[in-house]
Design a protein around this ligand. Sequence first.
Ligand code: NAD
Ligand code: AHE
Ligand code: ZN
Length: 375
Amino acid sequence: THGQVITCKAAVAWEPNKPLVIEDVQVAPPQAGEVRVKILFTALCHTDAYTWSGKDPEGLFPCILGHEAAGIVESVGEGVTEVQPGDHVIPCYQAECKECKFCKSGKTNLCGKVRSATGVGVMMNDRKSRFSVNGKPIYHFMGTSTFSQYTVVHDVSVAKIDPTAPLNKVCLLGCGVPTGLGAVWNTAKVEAGSIVAIFGLGTVGLAVAEGAKAAGALRIIGIDIDPKKFDTAKNFGVTEFVNPKDHEKPIQQVLVDLTDGGVDYSFECIGNVSVMRAALECCHKGWGTSVIVGVAASGQEISTRPFQLVTGRVWKGTAFGGFKSRSQVPWLVEKYLKKEIKVDEYITHNLTLAEINRAFDLIHEGGCLRCVLDC
Ligand code: NAD
Ligand code: AHE
Ligand code: ZN
């Protein structure tokens, strides 16, 4: 197949909110600096559902969604040295070139090398897509497009991992689990003894809980409007639960009262701007830090009284938990193999790529954390 077009199955999002269609897609060979990957397993993240809904200002249609996956390199383009056919890999929507201003800053995990292309659904080289259906181009998504049996990614967007790791599990290390762990370890830098509040107990929020427990947090307060989330959340380290629907008072006041003045760290893992405000305002005066993890819809804005910041609260955000993708995803895989972090526990459902529309229905239901698709 090297150097040739591959025809394979992929789930195409032709229009926002319309069921995905499994199509025979033509996948062009990788050009210079590109890698063609056979995707074996992909999970769905809430962000895929967000873009599919049409609320993502960067969402382009038709496209192939998906960004939490694992596979094997099929072929590489000219000049690619860091991976070769047969390598086991995890695609990384947050690239790491190690050369750009961002990568060299030592201050961020964001990378500037290919972002201008991945945000508009094309590859850097020729600003075109490698996917087509009967000659019609289909946009890439987040530089990953993993809802396909084969995809093409930039070489700076792929992490080579331990070949003994089970790909049907470690696909989750492409997004949700690292995002939550890293929000705690890299972005907030939670210290032992801290009081932590987590808004939203999906995969990302539960990974925040796991990270906070590992960091030695004293109290980990989980907030969700779905009481079904509370039982499982205990297994991830949540020590107390609050359902905003059980209270008359605004949720920030409930938390301030529960914690003698507010929490040390809070995390918004939903994508709701009024919850983001509550997450900031439940922080302790003088030092409380709130981290925005959730992705809010196009046109939404956050607000609070500036006095909240003047009096020492800090508002931050995180992308992929601040992890440098190509350097640190292999390290996360090793931590999983050594049983130092959970992964299997987040997988509640397994389906096939052909059943992807059912998987989208499932992730909107309370009982589902991650659904892994066998491609
Ligand atoms: P999810 O849908 O599984 O979890 C969201 C949880 O929030 C659910 O348990 C839901 O019941 C709860 N919830 C909804 N409204 C609520 C409210 N008003 N108050 C309290 N709880 C509420 O989603 P996920 O896959 O865990 O992702 C969470 C968010 O993180 C999404 O917005 C996703 O796009 C974003 N995300 C961001 C990054 C990043 O790098 N910043 C990475 C991954 C995901
Ligand atoms: N396109 C959206 C923004 C989406 C967004 O913020 N994505 C997160 C990752 S979510 C993964 O589930 C991210 O990493 N952002 C940094 C980046 O470079 O995109 C919008 O609203 O415009
Ligand atoms: Zn994601």
